[in-house]
Design a protein around this ligand. Structure first.
Ligand code: HEC
Length: 235
């Protein structure tokens, strides 16, 4: 009886010692650790099993990332002239687009070009940058196409805005820039139109107007043209 009593105490003490060493911040013992720690590859890791030796694959040639569409004009003078001549603003001249354009213009362009588009932004006044033209510069005779083109690629001291702005935003800014040009030239204000139920999305991608571009592509498998469904989003 006595020895059972002692054994119990000994067992209890031993138990306390073992339990007291447990550190709750550490993971517990793992049986069959493979079940816990998967052997997945590290993103961007180097592994011989892959064709080019790296985990991250390059996109298939000519694939188009979500939110982008290819811009068909190149970064050269001939292409710039073509864009200036032929490229038209696909967005309607609505109050909303103009207001959005004004806001974006104030954020991105006004520091150099000035709130009125006369080329007298704060950076010009402080002589931080030179050669910023006024939008009514007759020698340049800017058009919707040339404004979009210069935002896309930049021009000499002016950087490209292709990464900061979406297609939709660049066209909204373009509307606003053209309205500033009209004001500077003293032209009558262009009448805004009512878009009705038509969205900018539908204007930018008329052929895909039936597709809800913001839907998650969950049910892509069910749709017949799976390969184009996730390439047409614009935001
Ligand atoms: C860092 C100052 C700076 C900012 C910011 C800037 N620009 Fe410019 N922009 C310039 C300069 C400088 C030129 C003249 C480039 C040249 O002809 O060498 C220019 C030229 C232009 C032209 C005339 C291009 C042509 O066809 O001759 C347009 C249109 C224009 N900018 C629009 C914009 C718009 C829209 C934004 C905002 C998204 C913007 N710029 C932001 C400095 C700037």
């Amino acid at each position: 009886m006595r020895s059972l009593f002692h054994k119990t105490i000994a067992l209890f003490l031993l138990g306390s010692v073992v339990v007291s060493c447990q550190d709750k911040d550490d993971p517990n013992y793992q049986y069959m650790p493979d079940m816990y720690e998967s052997v997945g590859y590290e993103t961007y890791g180097e592994y011989e099993v892959f064709e080019n030796g790296q985990e991250a694959k390059l996109p298939v040639e000519e694939s188009v990332p979500r939110g982008w569409l290819p811009y068909e004009y190149q970064d050269n003078t001939q292409s710039a002239a073509e864009a200036k001549e032929n490229l038209k603003n696909p967005l309607l001249y609505t109050d909303d687009n103009l207001a959005e354009g004004k806001q974006l213009y104030t954020i991105y362009c006004a520091v150099c070009h000035g709130d009125k588009g006369d080329g007298k932004g704060i950076l010009v006044e402080r002589e931080k940058i030179l050669g910023v033209p006024s939008y009514d510069d007759a020698g340049r005779a800017i058009t919707e196409g040339s404004v979009y083109h210069v935002m896309y690629y930049g021009l000499n001291n002016m950087g490209s805005y292709a990464s900061q702005t979406s297609i939709e935003e660049r066209w909204q800014i373009t509307h606003y820039v053209m309205s500033l040009k009209d004001q500077l030239e003293g032209n009558p204000e262009r009448e805004t139109v009512d878009a009705g139920s038509q969205t900018n999305q539908e204007r930018l991608l008329p052929s895909r107007a039936d597709v809800n571009l913001y839907d998650d592509a969950d049910d892509v498998e069910d749709s017949e043209d799976t390969n184009t469904d996730n390439q047409t989003e614009i935001n």
